[in-house]
Design a protein around this ligand. Structure first.
Ligand code: PMV
Length: 353
């Protein structure tokens, strides 16, 4: 007797992640030009619920209703439909499905938290789970997670890193046998200090950025320094992973900050240069470097493709760093706004409603 299901409601969630070594430049279906390393977060999540039904007529087309934060969002819906068409053409999901998808984020838009990573990872988990239910396949285990990461990558490259935590490697890297361009892998033997690392996200400016990530990746094709950058990113991944395993925080801080500045340096030195950081981003960087020198607290800043900063530091310095943010940094923030987050070993969840 088989257990094949015909309809149901499932809810998936995935957290965002912040890159330490940046993925910037891609080919084909989100195949990265260089490997990247990331921390998966805890509080910054996308939650996606789907009511699904298999249509009797196997020749019928996929039907999708999509609501983001309780609103019909046409732009977002088109992206979701395109994603489903792509994965259906790869036989990752049947066509004869009717889906009503509702998604929301636990964090504000344009806050420096990659919402496409958490959303696409939550969608990929839901898709893979659905396919497993329909075809009576296992709904957990290493192969299942790897398939989720692969599907998430097809939605948005960095999303593949939101499947594992607290630390992920995505992209083929010499010396890391299990690494792949197709999916992320968890970094297993990290030093204990990283098991509860903090990320406090400082909101400098939440207006939507002028150049999107897809446009930024595209511009890397014609970047005069691209070959050197891809070599450097590989070297940085190796050095950073060694530092993560050894608990070498001085190297961790140095590489993480140089990667953040490199990402923005690449934006400023391409064939169509652009600047996403703001004067207050630089004011905070200057203060953080001085705070670190004075206190010897190993707090590192990093940046995504935008002006907001992520401050990364060991949990046992939380009180001192928080007091410093409240005393010295909030004046540089939009509405004095910051988000307290931390790393997460299990960034995805799934439940039946
Ligand atoms: O996953 P995408 O296509 O949104 O690209 C993400 C690029 C960066 O966030 C800037 C870097 C990274 O590795 O996450």
């Amino acid at each position: 007797m088989n257990n094949i299901k015909l309809s149901g409601v499932i809810k998936s969630s995935a957290s965002s992640n912040i890159a330490l070594v940046k993925y910037w430049g891609k080919k084909g279906l989100q195949i990265p030009e260089n490997p990247s390393v990331s921390l998966s977060l805890c509080q910054s999540q996308s939650i996606t619920e789907v009511a699904w039904e298999i249509k009797e007529d196997r020749t019928s087309a996929l039907e999708i209703e999509f609501y983001f934060e309780a609103q019909e969002n046409i732009e977002f819906k088109q992206r979701v439909i395109k994603y489903f068409e792509t994965i259906a053409s790869l036989h990752a999901i049947p066509h004869h499905l009717k889906l009503k998808i509702k998604s929301h984020n636990t964090f504000p838009h344009s806050s420096g938290i990659a919402s496409s990573a958490s959303f696409m990872a939550s969608l990929a988990l839901m898709v893979r789970h659905l396919d497993a239910l329909i075809n009576d396949l296992p709904t957990s285990g290493p192969e299942f997670s790897q398939a989720v990461s692969r599907l998430a990558r097809i939605g948005s490259g960095s999303a593949c890193r939101s499947v594992y935590g607290p630390i992920c490697l995505w992209g083929q890297l010499d010396g890391w046998r299990e690494s792949s361009d197709e999916y992320a892998v968890p970094v297993q033997n990290y030093h204990d200090i990283f098991s509860d690392y903090r990320d406090t996200i400082l909101i400098v400016d939440s207006t939507p950025k002028k150049i999107s990530s897809p446009q930024g990746h595209q511009l890397m094709h014609e970047h005069p320094f691209k070959e050197k950058r891809y070599i450097q990113a590989r070297e940085n991944c190796k050095k950073l992973l060694d530092a993560i395993i050894m608990g070498d925080l001085a190297t961790f801080v140095r590489i993480v900050e140089s990667e953040a500045l490199m990402l923005h340096g690449l934006m400023m030195t391409g064939t169509k240069p652009y600047i996403l950081v703001k004067p207050n981003t630089l004011a905070i960087i200057d203060k953080i470097v001085r705070f670190r020198e004075k206190t010897q607290i190993p707090v590192a800043f990093t940046l995504d493709a935008g002006p907001n900063l992520h401050l990364l530091y060991p949990n046992h310095f939380h009180e001192e760093v928080l007091a410093y943010i409240k005393r010295e940094l909030v004046q540089f923030l939009e509405n004095q706004n910051f988000i307290e987050d931390r790393v997460n070993a299990h960034p995805t969840t799934l439940e039946y409603i």
